[in-house]
Design a protein around this ligand. Structure first.
Ligand code: DC
Length: 228
């Protein structure tokens, strides 16, 4: 049976990674969260005390950046300098900084090459901002996720609360709005829907419903006569 590439793009806090993980589990595919790679780059700079992106200085600042992605079951775990990174990468300030860092073409080229290598053999669900448009423009299934801002604020708020992080809805709303703006307006690989992507609006959907919808689309393609 053909193992396809599933590209999931969309706005921050629409549930991309959770959906991608669930779809990968059901199809027994590998899940790759490309955002975690940009967050790891942001984390690496942040650790050096860098808070502003300087595209000229970036290659030098990133010299020792050795991203190590280890496969654990169906997940890719990010290691940096032998340290397993998880909750560090989910911090809101790292997400915001990743959005800034990701505007630098030099860094994008490196990470995109790595993403293509990881997905080359198919059987992957990769989520991000430019997977269906740039990384895998020939992906068999492309999904573009969106949801109303207030639904996304509420989800992110609960997620952070459950991790015991102090936050407010106002701060999250401001952060998401700014991040959307930057992701959509940047000149290199801006977030946009690929013409052949299917829209998945998650405003009124639960996570299991989101996963079921994408798995259904995938099955339609995998079992379509022309692909078998
Ligand atoms: O999906 P995320 O919130 O983990 O992504 C963090 C930032 O990384 C996002 O604001 C923009 C950037 N990013 C990107 O430019 N391209 C991707 N494929 C994934 C993430």
């Amino acid at each position: 049976m053909r193992r396809i590439i599933i590209a999931i793009d969309g706005y921050a806090a629409t549930g991309k990674s959770t959906t991608a993980r669930g779809v990968a589990e059901q199809l027994e595919y590998l899940h790759i969260d490309s955002g975690a790679m940009y967050r790891a780059a942001a984390w690496y700079l942040w650790q050096q005390g860098i808070r502003e992106v300087d595209p000229e200085a970036l290659p030098k600042q990133m010299e020792g950046f050795a991203l190590d992605l280890e496969r654990e079951g169906k997940e890719m775990i990010v290691y940096l300098g032998g340290k397993r990174l998880e909750t560090e990468l989910r911090r809101p300030e790292i997400g915001a900084f990743a959005s800034e860092v990701s505007t630098v073409p030099w860094l994008r080229e490196r990470l995109i090459a790595e993403q293509r290598r990881l997905g080359a053999e198919g059987g992957v669900v990769m989520d991000g901002r430019d997977i269906g448009t740039v990384v895998f423009p020939h992906a068999e299934l492309k999904v573009f996720m969106q949801a109303d801002l207030e639904a996304r604020v509420e989800r992110r708020y609960r997620e952070l609360l459950s991790r015991g992080e102090a936050t407010s809805r106002e701060a999250i709303r401001a952060e998401l709005t700014e991040r959307d703006y930057r992701d959509v307006t940047r000149s290199v690989s801006p977030l946009r829907k690929a013409p052949d992507a299917r829209i998945l609006d998650t405003t009124f959907l639960t996570i299991p419903q989101q996963i079921t919808q994408v798995v259904q689309w995938a099955h339609d393609l995998i079992y379509a006569p022309s692909l078998s």
